[in-house]
Design a binder for this molecule. Structure first.
Ligand code: ME8
Length: 678
């Protein structure tokens, strides 16, 4: 029997699960459903990454013991995944004893093979990333302290004794490996990105910390704890018995390793496609067959992430949508590998158009007509005229083609296209029914054969769709399956065993709606209210004001406020629209002679010529480090002269602390020059 081993990243327990985590896990679960249905011996691993300074600090902040803190979050992850019907085989926790033994065994082996040595490390460390960052992962910050691009916080300078992994020695080995294993990094764009990064040269990697206590001690040198990524990445092998007997030892390891598919977000691509294969090759082990780096769900145009506070709340999502609807949306809406913007509107549209209007409608109209016109028994195909027989045959072929297309695209991890192929066939069947008008045929006894052929064809198609879509819509396809009068689990029936024409004369069960249509306006209203209540709950307590403002609801849109609240000088939306804010890119930056505070920039606003703009930030920023930086510019401010130089706009910055330290406003994503902010 072929085996298939799938993993997700193990999630940090420094905050609560969100849609991003659920996404990777639902994709993994759907792939497992697909493979299991095709009789693979499957193994699905997920879990939690529980060590590191970040987690230690989060527990400190919450005022609880670290283990107690992580136990609570792990339980929450598990609860969420079980509500969304995720069927993992094993949940690994990096605090599990067997994992610690397994990682220590890997460390010893890599060291014995000459890839680990002791040295001194100094660098810029981001607590959010749990790692030292290279220059291209940071942006210039005040006082020459770089800022992490992802977490937007200043880095810490760390210097300490450290063990190093000889990554530099593996540069060519890795490049050869990528060359000879084109399937190792998917999609292709990521493969190119990683290859050019590795071609640029690799530095040795610091793989231990003396400053971090919450971690796995280095074998024979317990003053050091292992670098969290060495610890975390190893989970994929310790969970299947590497270096420990608890998880099945060598036999289990040899059975499932190398993993067939390691799903990760593109945020952790480098760890999985450079460090991870390097650790494995250094230990004499095979890298996984494929690491697939998917895109990010964005929210409001930015990566959804706990540190940016723009995550989609899973409890709100769960309250309004079924697990199947969310799984379907995740796989259908996001082109796998690319980023996608999450909106509730798009989710509602998919539920109503594709599920209620597409599959749901086909199922209910077909089964209701069988109930009504055939006493609830599935008719044998009637001996109708050539024309109708020809059309029914076309439908059968379209369904067979959908089956082939679905499998091909799914095996390439093109989930959206795979699903689209089925929906094209659903539309084909719908059209066949609408054209044949069985409701008219039912009125004439001499057209009984034609009616039987139409309903027989429709129910055969529905049966095929139910089997094909079982991995993607596990609960709803089972419900349709049972309404068709079938028994057993549809997800266990391999599509290759489907035969067209099975089940005539079978009685169907009671017909109930599978995907009720949602009232978009009403649901959107409820979601908005819930989100506002949540924000108000999380907002820090307001200081008591002199004048009564308490009647104002939390986050009332400014435009709705008719009477200005005391103390706030409200402006109307029209006033705001008068300010033209645009994205600019700093092209040149120089100090202004005899002006301590001023810098003079040329800024590209996407106009034919760049503008000259002056800003009083010279005491906080090195001009040369700002070149290439994207900034926000007030583009319609009347020009004015400063020290004899004309300033043709204003660059926006936050004013921090009593001294008003400027911190330039900017973007995490790349934005074209000249784009308007609103
Ligand atoms: O990085 N869109 O854990 P993590 C899509 N512990 N997927 C997203 C997402 C988004 N906006 N946000 C998160 C870690 N994810 C490490 C991994 S593995 C040995 C160690 C998903 O909790 C995506 O899979 O930050 C991403 O790679 C992962 O969650 C990061 O989870």
């Amino acid at each position: 029997m072929n085996k298939f081993y799938v993993t997700t990243p193990i999630y940090y327990v420094n905050s609560r699960p969100h849609l991003g985590h659920l996404y990777t896990t639902l994709v993994a679960d759907t792939v497992i459903n697909f493979k299991r249905q095709r009789r693979f011996d499957t193994f699905f691993l997920t879990g939690t990454d529980e060590h590191g300074q970040n987690i230690e600090r989060a527990a400190e902040k919450a005022g609880v013991d670290v283990k107690q803190h992580v136990d609570g979050i792990v339980a929450e992850f598990q609860q969420i995944f079980s509500e969304f019907k995720v069927g993992f085989d094993h949940w690994i926790r990096t605090t599990d004893d067997y994992h610690k033994r397994g990682v220590s065994a890997l460390w010893r082996r890599v060291k014995k093979n000459g890839f680990i040595y002791k040295g001194q490390y100094e660098g810029w460390y981001c607590v959010g990333c749990n790692g030292f960052l290279s220059e291209d992962e940071t942006i210039a910050g005040p006082d020459d302290i770089p800022i992490c691009k992802i977490h937007e916080r200043p880095l810490e300078r760390l210097a300490e004794e450290s063990y190093f992994f000889k990554l530099s020695a593996l540069q060519q080995t890795l490049l050869d490996y990528y060359e000879s294993h084109p399937e190792f990094i998917r999609p292709e764009s990521r493969r190119n990105e990683v290859m050019s990064f590795v071609r640029g040269g690799l530095n040795d990697l610091s793989v231990s910390r003396v400053s971090v206590k919450w971690g796995i001690p280095v074998p024979d040198d317990p003053a050091h704890t292992m670098y969290v990524w060495f610890d975390a990445l190893s989970n994929y092998i310790t969970a299947i018995g590497y270096g420990n007997e608890d998880r099945g030892g060598e036999a289990q390891f040899n059975k499932y390793w190398p993993a067939d598919l390691q799903l990760v977000g593109k945020d952790i691509l480098r760890f999985h496609t450079v460090y991870w294969p390097a650790f494995l090759l250094a230990a004499g082990l095979e890298p996984p067959k494929t690491v697939y780096a998917h895109g990010m769900w964005l929210s409001g145009g930015r990566k959804m992430s706990k540190s940016l506070g723009n995550v989609i709340d899973l409890s709100i999502l769960r309250r309004h949508f079924t697990p199947d609807a969310i799984r379907y949306f995740c796989l259908r809406e996001m082109v796998f590998g690319q980023d996608g913007d999450f909106t509730y509107e798009a989710l509602l549209d998919r539920v109503n158009a594709d599920l209620a209007g597409g599959l749901g409608n086909l199922s209910s109209r077909t089964l209701t007509m069988i109930q009504r016109y055939c006493d609830g028994r599935i008719p044998a195909p009637g001996n109708a005229g050539d024309d109708l027989v020809g059309q029914a045959d076309d439908v059968r072929r379209a369904v067979a083609q959908a089956l082939v297309d679905f499998d091909r695209e799914f095996n390439l991890y093109n989930f959206s296209r795979a699903i689209e192929a089925v929906w094209t066939a659903i539309q084909r069947v719908d059209k066949f029914i609408s054209d044949a008008k069985p409701w008219d045929l039912a009125k004439k006894p001499d057209l009984r054969e034609a009616l039987n052929l139409v309903l027989h064809t429709a129910v055969q198609a529905l049966r095929h769709f139910t089997v094909i879509l079982a991995p993607v819509l596990p609960e709803s396809t089972q419900a349709i399956w049972e309404q068709m009068g079938e028994s057993g689990q549809v997800r266990e029936l391999p599509p290759a065993q489907l035969e067209w024409g099975e089940i005539p004369d079978q009685s169907i069960a009671e017909v109930k709606p599978i995907f009720p249509r949602l009232d978009k306006a009403k649901v959107m209203d409820e979601i908005k209210q819930e989100e506002e209540a949540k924000t108000a709950e999380l907002a820090p307590a307001q200081p008591v004001a002199d004048a009564p403002t308490a009647e104002l609801p939390a986050r009332m849109p400014v435009a709705m406020v008719e009477e200005p609240a005391p103390g706030i000088a409200y402006i109307s939306i029209d006033d705001f629209a008068k300010v033209e804010l645009r994205v600019g890119e700093i092209k040149t930056a120089e100090r202004v002679p005899k002006a301590d505070k001023l810098l003079c920039f040329t800024v590209d606003l996407g106009e034919p010529a760049p503008r000259q703009i002056l800003a009083g930030i010279a005491q906080y920023y090195e001009p040369e480090k700002l070149i290439g930086r994207k900034v926000i510019v007030v583009a319609n401010l009347a020009p004015r002269k400063l020290r004899g130089l004309e300033s043709q706009g204003m660059i926006l910055a936050a004013s921090v602390g009593d001294e008003g330290r400027p911190v330039l406003a900017g973007f995490l994503e790349d934005v074209p020059n000249g784009v308007k902010l609103r």
